[in-house]
Design a binder for this molecule. Structure first.
Ligand code: 4H4
Length: 228
């Protein structure tokens, strides 16, 4: 699967996509990730990408030509199914189901806005959908794009280390995950629960299920009311 991130700040994302699981998946060829600088598609000597909004108002708006040409320039090099996604608070809220849906594409093009957003005609001409990572306005779409790449890439075969599997539900059976512990057995007077140390897997599973229920009730009772 190929991820193409269109951004004014590729330097923001390069380190993120070179590290950890995503970095390893790129090296092994499970996925490819490219960050393309929208500014490379400008045609004026000042490499301008934004301008003031028609009708007045504060802030700047990203102009059509560099963004539309960047999307088209990238698209024409891709084969297979492709979806163009604009990271915006106005989009549908990113969740596990969307993650699953996106993992079915050959290519995802993630457009990162900046300033007050982008000229509406870009969306009309080239964007398949807007996608939001939360009901708040960020400075740019780069962090949301990194979230999407990370979450979707984890669902691609070979990305997660052998033995690990993505959580098909973002929660286990709709519950929050049980508490996790690792060495040492005691830290500043706090001990690992005995049940986890005796190797009785049936008992461990029972304890984990009880803990998941307990913490879901305490932290996210709303999850317990959901239709399963
Ligand atoms: C895009 C700000 C659109 C405002 C942006 C608008 C998010 C988010 C985000 C930089 C860009 C911001 N992207 N989830 N939340 N005019 N992106 O804040 O549509 O309100 O994904 S606008």
């Amino acid at each position: 699967m190929h991820f193409e991130v269109l951004t004014l700040f590729p330097e923001m994302l390069t380190p993120v996509f070179e590290a950890s699981i995503i970095g390893r998946a790129r090296q092994t060829g499970c996925i490819s990730v490219t960050c393309t600088d929208i500014r490379a598609y400008t045609k004026d000597k000042h490499r301008r990408v934004d301008d003031t909004p028609y009708g007045g108002g504060y802030g700047m708006v990203m102009q059509c030509q560099p963004v539309v040409d960047c999307i088209r320039g990238v698209k024409e090099k891709l084969t297979g199914s492709t979806r163009v996604i604009y990271m915006s608070p106005q989009g549908r809220l990113f969740n596990n189901d969307i993650c699953k849906e996106y993992a079915g594409y050959d290519n995802l093009i993630l457009l990162c806005g900046h300033y007050e957003g982008i000229d509406e005609r870009i969306i009309e001409l080239e964007v398949d959908e807007e996608l939001s990572v939360g009901n708040y306005v960020l400075t740019g779409g780069e962090l949301p794009a990194a979230i999407v790449v990370d979450a979707v890439a984890r669902r691609i075969d070979g990305v997660l280390p052998a033995g690990e599997c993505f959580e098909d539900e973002s929660l286990q059976d709709g519950l929050l995950e049980y508490p996790q512990y690792t060495r040492p057995r005691e830290f500043e007077g706090l001990c690992v629960p005995e049940v986890l140390l005796n190797g009785n897997h049936a008992e461990i599973e029972k304890w984990r299920r009880a803990e998941s229920l307990k913490r879901t009730l305490a932290k996210r009772p709303d999850l317990l009311n959901k239709e399963s």
